[in-house]
Design a binder for this molecule. Structure first.
Ligand code: DON
Length: 427
């Protein structure tokens, strides 16, 4: 059987309708792009990439580079230092607006050019070329292959970079830029000229969707930095159409003037579309339409509520032992549901078995809530027995980081551990 994904993607491209808008021409080389190119890629968190259309065609990453460079700037300088120089407020302006916050001199956010130029300059490097090398290396790790710079687009954009140059000199006058403005614009322009395919962008997006972790398990972006980047992308990634985008499509996204559009659905997928004609906001016209259609077909909107907490746990009794059977992945909501079940347990010495056999994963907050629930059962007088064959809560013997943190937060109480419910009940 062939998975229906590729057929669906092909159908999406076939039915996305007439194109509108114009290819970007303020960068002379981009005006030569074939306006009819059309491609899509969807990358899952475990590394599967589905494509349709002109998926091997390379184009320049342009503004889709901005979230990744912002991540590197934070990794290099720390969030506080970056926030002192670049705010995180939607500007409601065009991507190349010449404006800074009146009171602080900061660019409004790192997705517009002013903020992206400032973020580029915050990347560590002895000189301008080293900054670019480190940025390109990061993009390559995220895409899973080495990426090169399209020199023709770079030269072309640099020859017409008066506006970005103006922004950089303005940043320098208010103390937001320490480095030489011309060097920074050169480096930023090289960053924008990194050549990618839709598959590369979808993969890069899938790493953001996975909290900064690549399919091979490598943590490329720190989870807290990843969250910061996605938050800013959500509110500012689509510039002056960010509100319209968030309400109608609901997928954090970043567009580029070469026609790329990358969407990131946290915990689910990275998606990228390529179609060079742009709308008046500088976003790919067909790209926007395809994302709208995908949201309609597959319910990908970030604000679509899930009901995952509904059947997460049930209580059964075996020979006078209460067994709380828990299933599925546990986050805050599911963990709350589970400990609500614990709270309904009558006080007394009845043994309580917490059966995590059907739980594959629990995030940090879910673990803490669960351990706190277990501790309270114990304080109520119950003999609590844990069945945790997948070590969802961490291994008590080896004292993994999670459980140690849990132990400290939960008064050091560690319930007795059993390999199976039968042994826990019979004990
Ligand atoms: O700085 C610029 O103007 C370009 N290198 C990038 C702008 C861009 O991609 C805007 N996004 N849609």
């Amino acid at each position: 059987m062939q998975t229906p994904m590729r057929d669906y993607l092909s159908l999406l491209l076939e039915t996305c309708g007439e194109d509108g808008g114009e290819v970007a021409s303020y960068i002379p080389e981009l005006a030569h792009a074939d306006p009819d190119r059309l491609a899509i890629a969807v990358a899952t968190l475990d590394g599967e990439v589905y494509t349709a259309g002109d998926a091997d065609v390379e184009f320049t990453i342009q503004s889709i580079s901005k979230p990744f460079t912002y991540a590197l700037a934070i990794a290099d300088q720390g969030l506080d230092t970056v926030l002192e120089r670049i705010d995180v407020e939607p500007s409601g302006d065009a991507f190349n607006e010449i404006s800074l916050e009146r009171e602080t001199g900061r660019p409004r956010n790192p997705m517009i050019n002013a903020g992206a130029i400032a973020a580029h300059a915050l990347v560590r490097g002895e000189h301008a070329d080293e900054r670019v090398d480190r940025i390109r290396a990061l993009y390559g790790r995220l895409a899973g292959r080495e990426l090169s710079i399209a020199e023709d687009v770079f030269e072309s954009e640099l020859s017409a970079a008066d506006r970005n140059m103006a922004l950089a000199y303005m940043l320098r006058t208010v103390g937001t830029l320490d480095a030489d403005p011309a060097d920074v614009v050169r480096g930023y322009t090289r960053q924008c000229s990194v050549s990618v395919t839709v598959s590369d962008l979808a993969r890069m997006g899938s790493v953001l969707a996975a909290g900064g972790r690549a399919p091979d398990g490598e943590q490329i972006i720190d989870p807290a930095i990843n969250r910061q980047v996605l938050s800013v992308m959500t509110t500012c990634g689509m510039y002056d159409s960010a509100g319209d985008w968030l309400t109608s499509v609901g997928i954090p996204a970043k567009s580029g003037v070469a026609g790329g559009l990358m969407g990131v659905l946290p915990g689910q997928v990275g998606i990228a579309v390529f179609s060079p004609r742009l709308d008046r906001h500088g976003n790919s016209t067909r790209g926007v339409r395809i994302f709208e259609r995908m949201n309609h077909d597959m319910g990908l909107h970030l604000m679509t509520s899930t009901d995952s907490a509904r059947s997460v746990s049930r209580r059964v009794e075996h020979d006078g032992v209460a067994v709380h059977e828990i299933a599925g992945d546990l986050h805050f909501m599911e963990a709350e549901r589970v400990v609500r079940g614990f709270a309904e347990e009558p006080e007394g010495e009845t043994p309580v078995v917490v059966d995590l056999d059907r739980v594959q994963r629990a995030n940090d907050i879910a673990k803490r809530i669960l351990l706190e629930g277990v501790r309270r059962l114990h304080l109520d007088g119950h003999d609590v027995r844990l069945v945790d064959p997948w070590e969802v809560l961490g291994s008590a013997e080896t004292g993994t980081g999670e459980l140690v943190r849990g132990e400290q937060a939960h008064g050091g109480y560690v319930p007795a551990s059993f390999p199976s419910v039968a042994e826990a009940v019979g004990a």
